[in-house]
Ligand binder design. Structure first.
Ligand SMILES: [Zn+2]
Length: 135
C-alpha cells in the first residue's frame, strides 16, 4: 500500500497542528496522479496515526484531477494519467499539469469549536523517485 507514505506526511502535519488536542476529522486534497485509493488511505492513516492525537480521526479525501493539454490539436481535458493520450486526436504529445499536490485542507478537533483550515502542502514520503534497480 503506497498510501502509507502519504499518511506519514499528513499525520505529521496534523499532529504538529493539534498540539495534543484530539482530532475528530481531517480533510485532505490529493492530486489524481498519486493514484490514492481512499479506503487504503483511511486504513493507512489509522495505522500511522495510532498512538497520536490523530488516531481516531476520520479522513475525508478530495481527489483533484490533472489538467492535460494536447500539443497536437490543443484539446484540454482532465486525466488521472501522467502519460495521457489525447481523447480527441489520439496524440501522445500531451502536457500534463497539476494533479500532484498533497494538501492538508482542514482539521476538526473533538472540541468542534477549534476547527482549522491550514491548507498546508504536505510532503509525500514516497519512493517513486528512487532509482529502480540502480544505474
Ligand atoms: Zn489532440
Amino acid at each position: 500500500m503506497h498510501e502509507i507514505g502519504y499518511c506519514e506526511g499528513v499525520v505529521e502535519a496534523v499532529v504538529r497542528r493539534a498540539a495534543g488536542r484530539p482530532v475528530a476529522r481531517i480533510g485532505v486534497r490529493i492530486g489524481a496522479l498519486h493514484r490514492i485509493v481512499p479506503d487504503a488511505f483511511a486504513q493507512s492513516f489509522q495505522l500511522v496515526a495510532g498512538g497520536t492525537s490523530a488516531e481516531d480521526a476520520v479522513t475525508e479525501l478530495v481527489v483533484v484531477p490533472a489538467q492535460a493539454t494536447c500539443r497536437g490539436c490543443g484539446a484540454v481535458f482532465e486525466t488521472p494519467d501522467p502519460s495521457a493520450v489525447c481523447p480527441d486526436c489520439g496524440d501522445l504529445d500531451v502536457t500534463v499539469t497539476g494533479g500532484d499536490e498533497v494538501v492538508l485542507e482542514w482539521v476538526e478537533y473533538a472540541d468542534a469549536a477549534a476547527a482549522e483550515q491550514p491548507d498546508e502542502r504536505v510532503p509525500a514520503h514516497t519512493h517513486q523517485h528512487s532509482p529502480a534497480g540502480g544505474r
